[in-house]
Structure formats: C-alpha cells, structure tokens
Design a binder for this molecule. Structure first.
Ligand code: ADP
Ligand code: MG
Length: 306
C-alpha cells in the first residue's frame, strides 16, 4: 500500500495502525457505523427523541442555520389568559368567554386550551361549535348557538372586513409589546326581530390577551448554537411586536425574526434561506409549520408535535 509522505511520526504510526485494522477486520469496521447509528437511535428514543435514520444525523451536523417556531417551540405553549377586554357595549364578559371558549372547542391550537381553561376557571359553560373552519396561522370561524363567531389575529379580522378602532389598537399594541398574543373576537349580534329586520353584521366584541413563557433552556440553546457559528432565526405566525419581545427574551435580535406569517410564509422563508446555499434545520411543534418542517434539510418536531 502507498503511504503518503507524513512528517509527524505519531500520525504515521496512527495511519499504519488504521491500515492494519482495516486489513485484519474489515467486517467489524463496516459494522461500526450502522451500530453507532443504531445505538444513538436507541439512546435518543430512551430520551424521547425519535431519529428517522443515520442520514438525518449526518444532515443535522451540517446545518448552518436553525429556524425556530415560537409558540410551543421556544415557548412552553402552556398559555394562560392574562386579560379580557370587552368592547361591545351589549356583551358581557361571560358572554364573550362563552362564545370564544365554545369556538375554541373546535381548535387544536395551544391558544384554545388556554381559553377553555379560563372558561372553566370562571365557571362559564361552553357548547360545541358548528360549521367550524380554521384558517391556519390566522384563526377560525364557526357558529356558536346560532351566531357566527370569528377569532384570530388582525390579518384574519382585516380579511373579514373588521378593523380595530384607534383606541382598541392602542390597548392591543400595549399588550403585544409585553409579549402577549391577542385573540380578537368578532361576534354576530342577535338579528333584530321583525320581518324587515336586516341580517346583523359581525362586530369586534372584545379580545383576550394570552401569555406564554419562554422554555427555561431556550436562551441557553440559542446562545450555544450561535457560539458554534450557527445562524438562528425565529419564524412565527404571531404578530411582530409579540414575536420581537419573545425573541429578545431568548437573546435574538429583531433582525432574525420573521413574524406574522402563515404556514406558506414559513415555508417561503425556509426556501429563501436554502436558496442562499445554507443547510437549514427547522424546529417546530407541527402546528401550522408542517410544510416548513418538511422543506428544511432537517425537520425537528418538538413536544406534542403533530
Ligand atoms: P406560531 O408561529 O407562533 O406558533 P401560529 O402560526 O400557530 O403561531 O398562529 C399565528 C396566530 O394566529 C396566533 O398568534 C393567533 O393570533 C392566531 N390563531 C391561530 N389559531 C388560533 C386559534 N385557534 N384561536 C385564536 N387565534 C388563533
Ligand atoms: Mg406553532
């Protein structure tokens, strides 16, 4: 066998050693890699981590950019309702909670659980919604007790022709800039009685401010990744103000935050980063980010991932 010229005697000895090993027991070496992958997979599984195969591990090692989803990924996703605002004069807080809670019974979003817990806490009964339609990354629409209910963020309301007044906008912005997610609620008020009554329209009846907290290790994980020269992004469906506040807590500057995007927007950002020639890992909880998880070089689904 030809040996390249090596000056360092230790390196030369090591290379001779390797050569002898390869000749003496090629099968053992051939088995070493799959064995290591299998053992790694087993240890991962014992820690609740399912790894799809050795190629995934290899790609994960070459990832130079890691994109995180916010809710349920960097944050615990165990949300609580911090504040309820009622804007419609003829709607009580209990009525608002009943409508919002009932509507959320059809949703699997972490926000839904928070709202239902809050209804339970206040002893407000909820009912099963009908004609439920979810708009991924925006909100939902359904009918509760014969009336249409629309829940979600600003863009979802705007799409349905509902705009916040300047006073409502002020209240909402204040809560968003301290990291709350706002659930805006539009209700169809009861149609006026009588045969000439016009069908009633949707009004912005109130909003619930939902609070989430950063996972205890989020800050350290991001710092560790960045110290390895890995670029870290946060890509969220939540609004800019809330996203930037949470990112700052996690040690990320607003330059690395993409907010207010729907699932296709998350996918577009992942593709944009890949097109720039970087290997991408996307970490998400699978709620509204499945396309981005699938499009990244490595998709990492966390928690109760779908
Ligand atoms: P993230 O990317 O932070 O996980 P999502 O993409 O899941 O956020 O959702 C984006 C936004 O859409 C939420 O911040 C919320 O305003 C709105 N939204 C989505 N689903 C619901 C729901 N079931 N109830 C109320 N609001 C919702
Ligand atoms: Mg999410």
């Amino acid at each position: 066998m030809m040996m390249p010229h090596v000056d360092d005697p230790q390196l030369l000895a090591f290379m001779f050693g390797c050569t002898v090993l390869v000749i003496a027991c090629p099968c053992a070496l051939g088995l070493a890699t799959p064995t290591a992958v299998m053992v790694g997979g087993g240890v991962g599984a014992a820690h609740g981590i399912l790894i799809k195969g050795g190629d995934v591990l290899e790609r994960a090692a070459s990832a130079r950019t890691v994109c995180f989803d916010k809710t349920g990924t960097l944050t615990t996703g165990r949300l609580t309702v911090a504040k309820v605002m009622v804007w419609a004069p003829d709607v009580t807080e209990a009525e608002l909670i009943c409508a919002v809670g009932s509507a959320e019974r059809g949703s699997e979003h972490p926000i839904a659980k928070a709202v239902l817990n809050h209804a339970l806490l206040l002893n407000v009964e909820t009912v099963e919604p009908v004609d439920f339609v979810a708009s991924a990354g925006q909100g939902l629409q359904c009918v509760v007790l014969g009336r249409t209910v629309l829940l979600g963020n600003r863009s979802w309301m705007l799409e349905n022709g509902l705009e916040l007044s300047s006073e409502q906008e002020r209240q909402v912005a204040e809560l968003e800039s301290t990291g709350h997610t706002l659930v805006l609620a539009a209700l169809e008020l009861a149609p006026a009685a009588g045969k000439d009554a016009t069908p009633s329209k949707l009004v912005l009846a109130g909003a619930l401010a939902v609070a989430d907290s950063l996972k205890p290790d989020a800050y350290a994980v991001i710092r560790q990744l960045r110290s390895q020269g890995i670029e870290v992004w946060m890509i969220s469906g939540d609004n800019e103000r809330t996203a930037v506040h949470v990112a700052a807590e996690a040690g990320l500057s607003s330059a690395f935050v993409v907010a207010g995007v729907k699932p296709d927007g998350k996918l577009a950002k992942v593709q944009e980063l890949r097109d720039a020639g970087r290997k991408i890992a996307f970490v998400g909880d699978g709620v509204n980010d499945a396309p981005a998880l699938a499009a990244a070089d490595v998709g990492i689904a966390v928690g109760s991932g779908t």
